[in-house]
Design a protein around this ligand. Sequence first.
Ligand SMILES: [Zn+2]
Length: 422
Amino acid sequence: MLEEENVSELSDEQISRIALKLDLTYVEQAEGLLVFDSTRQAGVQRGGEVAIPTGCAMEILEALDRGADRMEGYEGWVDPQNGFAEFEVQSQGLAELRRTERFTFETRPCSHTHDATPPYESAEGMMHPIVRVTSPDGNTCIELSRNTPLCVPRLPVDLKEGRGRTQTTLKIFIGETLERGELERKALGLANSMLFEFDARHRAAYVIRQKWQDIDSRPRRPAISYSVRYPRTSVPVDVAALFSIPSAFTLRRYRTLAFLSYYQILEFYLPAAHRRDALRKVRRVLRSLEFDTEKDSSVLKIVNSVERSQGASEGDQLRTLIEECVPEEKLREFFEEGHGGHFGKRGPISGVAAIHLNSGESVASQVAKRVYALRNRIVHAKDDARYADASVLLPGSREAGQLGPDIELMRLLAIEAIVDNR
Ligand SMILES: [Zn+2]
């Protein structure tokens, strides 16, 4: 890594190349660091100023010159000329592999240059674990270790010396020049195999980091009440547990899970709403002026009503629940906010109906169809002919990252269902 004396060697043009590549806005150079503003990256939790060491910036420039680039769907880099890929990873909970001295590694002589050997490397006065394995033919190595300059963490500007300067990354060394797309595919396949085995065999759960940019978190300022009252809403225990899930911090990125938690709340209230609806319809027949207990045709009206009610699908029941619990006015108000065209024809979620406030169909009915279609896309883990136009919506997908407004809608439905049934 290059030292601080090289600070002056970075030209404005070089700095703006880096800023562009990292999606940051350049602010200034300070004490061997390049300072950037990161607020442009809407999805990053910590907006504001971040820094990367100048030495890392130099190495990033060199990598860019030989055709290296950031990956498409994940945080990380590919270096096609060197047949190298590096994924940023997050460890979930206790990652057993941190105590690497307890493990043995299937390494072999290989064609790559590795700076250190498992289980540890020492750098900047700290010991960093290294996990590395080599393919039987010696051509490919997979390594979990501290980051190279390409995946340098964006440091807080007032960083205390040394702390937080490293992060764990998963590196794939293929060691022959590959076309970029092929490298990304191969690397992702190997990364997924490796991370699966880390979890399945060693209880070390790591996930590769999705690009923040793929997660839509446009700041939204929903209307909130400013008067705090003694609570009047009684909430069934099960419903309370489900309602708390989407707000749990660690789950914020798992949008499909948030959707399903709210959906389960609606499911909780489906039978009661359905029963009330069935009773109401039977009463309506009974109260009609023409009703005559002696006439078969009159009694058959009740039979038909009950049969129809028993044959109601989950989608129908959902519509009944929404019609019954959610005031049409609240739904209209919600959709009139616009949501950046999310619910329109060109919205980002495929396989679900758009919502048109001025169509002949009631908003409740349109909402029920959309919610049910989305639910099917999320719960069916495999493309199913029964849901022809609905491909699977997977938790980590780009589309899942765009679910925000649909989850807001689900939250509204869940709250109204809870309040209406208290
Ligand atoms: Zn190797």
